[in-house]
Design a protein around this ligand. Sequence first.
Ligand code: F6P
Length: 533
Amino acid sequence: MTFSDAWADVEVRHAATADRKFLSLFDDTGRADTFRCDTSDMRLDYSKTNIDAETRDALLALAEAADVAAHRDAMFSGQKINQTEGRAVLHTALRNLDGGPVLVDGTDVMPGVLDTLGRMGVFADEIRSSHITNVVNIGIGGSDLGPAMAVQALSPYHDGPAVHFVSNVDAADVSDTLRGLDPKTTLVIVASKTFTTVETMTNARTARAWMSEGGGDPGTQFAALSTSEDGTSQFGIPPERVFGFEDWVGGRYSLWGPIGLSLMIGIGRRGFMAFLRGGQAMDLHFQAAQGAENMPLMHALVGIWHNQFCGHATRAVLPYDQRLGQLPAYFQQLEMESNGKSVRMDGSDVPVHTGPVVWGAPGTNGQHAFYQLIHQGTRTIPCEFMIAAQGHEPDLEHHHHLLVANCLAQSEALMRGRSTDEARVLMREKGFEGAELDRQAAHRVFSGNRPSVTLAYPKLDPFVLGQIIALYEHRVFVEGVILGINSFDQWGVELGKELATALQPVVEGAQTADGKDGSTQALVDFVQRHRVP
Ligand code: F6P
């Protein structure tokens, strides 16, 4: 079947089912067992969506027509699928712990990967048993969001020095982080794939001055994570404290290698290896599981269904897990930097909308903030709930029961809603009558029929976190393949960077704003007139 025929078939399924209340699909009592994917210990339930067996078949046919399996194999085998940069995409090699060779341009990259992993382990052990009490990771984007998210997620396993993160060029970030730390017992890790990112280099120089002025020794208390040997040596970081990686690791996919060093120092080598093994387990599942059994594939197809066919422009990530508080931000970069594109691999325009807007916050907090719109707003927001069977606080199990009940209640409420008749009964019980009863009831109606998926896992440990991250990486990849775009470049961030570089001397007053648009000129003028002389 051609891709356009397969696409048209899914459109037909959408047109045929769009008005249906999908709660009725549960008349099939086996639905919950059928519309889900399991790995050895995780479950993705997508039964609370409007996808029925025919629609799923059509979506799977679409994946086949897009040749997802061939693209997947090309990625794992080191082909240069990042065509706009001429690079392989091999973050999977970083967790290919006992897998076979992975060839890039005919050379096996695995010896280098394992050697660097070994060096990271030795260094992490040294730091964990040294006088270092605090570690500050300076990086931004993929060199910050991954380790920051994972360090928070795995805090119950954290037994090393405290780990902090500085990312924003706003001096508030570096100042607030360094205040209270001892420059003599702090390790600074400069994390930057390119070692040119202005925010990171500015913060790194500020931290170096802070350390020197405070009696620390940047000569021994700085480490670097980068692909740029020139950059790190020019900064003065000796090679034994530089952990390198190759350009086939994209920034937002880099947590698995040296960029994960702060996590490794925090949770130790064993914990980090368990995290890698989780990622590897998902890789193996993604490569082996067939059709509807394949969790990343089905997660992607559900996403494509909601975004491209149902037209839902955003996607809420709602972990009922406080320690996954930074996961929505991490997924924002992963999904929006990967699939927020307008042209296909061949340079032609993508004829449909691409990546959805990804947002979210942990439950139950979000319930008391933005869930009002999710339940009763005019837009449908597909929700992605996450919940652990167990928490890490066995003495406080009643909290966890409440957390689980709230998570499950939300997806039930979104699907079931509350009819006008039900709302009227409620209001009558409260003593309302006549027109006032109708008016009050109208505000208590929930349309329902709002889709969600739920990812359930046993407990948020390093292995499970590794699986979750790899699941989403592959989900984003599959969505990119179906849309025909390159998920591994990020040209969209360049223009703003160039203009910021050009504006810096204007803001400083060394150049005039002549030639800029009127708004920019006026804002520069405002800032210059209001700054401290
Ligand atoms: O500006 C976007 C970006 O290139 C991201 O893709 C990347 O994760 C981030 O900047 C940081 O880049 P680097 O690790 O090279 O400092």
